[in-house]
Ligand binder design. Structure first.
Ligand SMILES: Cc1cc2nc3c(=O)[nH]c(=O)nc-3n(C[C@H](O)[C@H](O)[C@H](O)COP(=O)(O)OP(=O)(O)OC[C@H]3O[C@@H](n4cnc5c(N)ncnc54)[C@H](O)[C@@H]3O)c2cc1C
Length: 311
């Protein structure tokens, strides 16, 4: 290794510099903005090559390297990039967000300061119905007429809980106790700093259709508006190899092989073995999550489902 000291340039990304501090609005009164960042696509490549400076490789080779790292889950080079956000988010959404332990957090303190006087509101057309197929999810919306009653109740509840909170403060009650009946819809603010590897993990979980709508709103802005500017090559690779990719299990590969060879007997045998199909073909079809997931994959691959009833 040369003993000569190499002069380094701080990596910067003009596309993200342009939006530094810009608040992207989320939900009715939330936002997310980038406060600071370190690294770029170049930093990922630099770390992967364990070299200094942007090196002598061509741009398309850098792109190929990042895509290779993403495909093969060689994750540590992505940890060389960090980003710091300032977010304003309802507390119920924050409760999901904070479960991601691999970030650095500092949150607005309602022990120290008066709670933010804003709660997430729901318009008449935004009340989501409980999904029947997925106990954690929602599907469709309540009729707007019924929704407007819920919205009126919500307004009343927010006002009442705020009034009670303020009355407690006026009575000299400590902020740490006065806050206890504030609704989970109350907005909080935090600084959230995370490296790119863990941010991608967060996005993979929270941009997914199974994630709750509210946190998806934030993660989609992080992905589409921020990460796409900050590390466009890594973002593209993430979409190609994680978000839009389809992972097949061993059972699914076996079944797909049977489907491809048109072997109806084998399909039935595997279906019964996996408990995806009943032994008696006339028996009523039972819910089976794994079978349902496989059917979704077949549909996305344009492969016909080889049995009568789709779950
Ligand atoms: C759709 C959905 C539904 C969910 N439902 C529930 C629910 O019903 N109840 C509930 O409690 N939670 C639920 N969660 C939260 C979930 O279980 C995780 O806590 C959350 O998604 C954070 O994921 P993580 O631990 O992988 O992330 P991070 O905390 O950011 O960790 C990233 C990775 O680091 C590693 N890691 C971090 N800390 C440790 C550790 N202490 N030991 C070992 N490895 C570690 C793990 O590999 C982990 O995947 C849900 C999440 C989603 C997306």
């Amino acid at each position: 290794m040369s003993t000569e000291v190499e002069k380094l340039q701080r990596l910067s990304v003009p596309a993200i510099d342009e939006i530094l501090g810009k608040a992207f609005k989320v939900l009715d009164d939330g936002f997310i903005r980038v406060v600071d960042y370190m690294g770029s696509d170049d930093a990922i490549v630099q770390a992967a090559r364990v070299s200094y400076g942007s090196g002598t490789k061509k741009v398309h080779q850098d792109r190929g390297l990042i895509r290779y790292l993403m495909r093969h889950r060689h994750t540590t080079p992505f940890e060389m990039c960090e980003i710091k956000f300032h977010i304003r988010v309802p507390m119920d959404c924050w409760r999901q967000w904070i479960r991601h332990r691999t970030a650095n957090v500092n949150e607005y303190s309602t022990r120290y300061s008066i709670a933010i006087d804003a709660a997430q509101t729901t318009t008449a057309g935004e009340w989501r119905l409980q999904a029947t197929g997925n106990r954690q999810g929602s599907a469709g919306f309540l009729d707007e007429n019924d929704g407007s009653k819920l919205t009126d109740q919500e307004t009343e509840l927010h006002q009442l809980s705020r009034d009670i909170y303020e009355a407690r403060l006026d009575a000299g009650i400590a902020r740490e106790q006065a806050r206890k009946d504030l609704p989970l819809s109350t907005y909080t603010e935090a600084y959230w700093k995370v490296d790119l590897h863990n941010l991608l993990h967060f996005l993979a979980l929270r941009m997914d259709s199974h994630a709750q709508y509210e946190i998806r709103c934030y993660s989609e802005i992080i992905g589409k508006e921020i990460l796409s500017r900050w590390c466009p090559i890594a973002w593209e690779a993430f979409l190609d190899y994680r978000v839009n990719a389809c992972q097949l299990t061993g059972l699914e590969i076996e079944m797909l092989q049977a489907i491809n060879s048109g072997d109806a007997e084998k399909i039935n045998e595997l279906g019964i073995r996996n408990k995806w199909l009943p032994e008696d073909p006339e028996a009523p079809v039972k819910r089976h999550r794994e079978r349902r997931e496989f059917e979704d994959k077949l549909l996305s691959l344009n492969v016909e489902i080889p049995w009568k009833h789709r779950l």
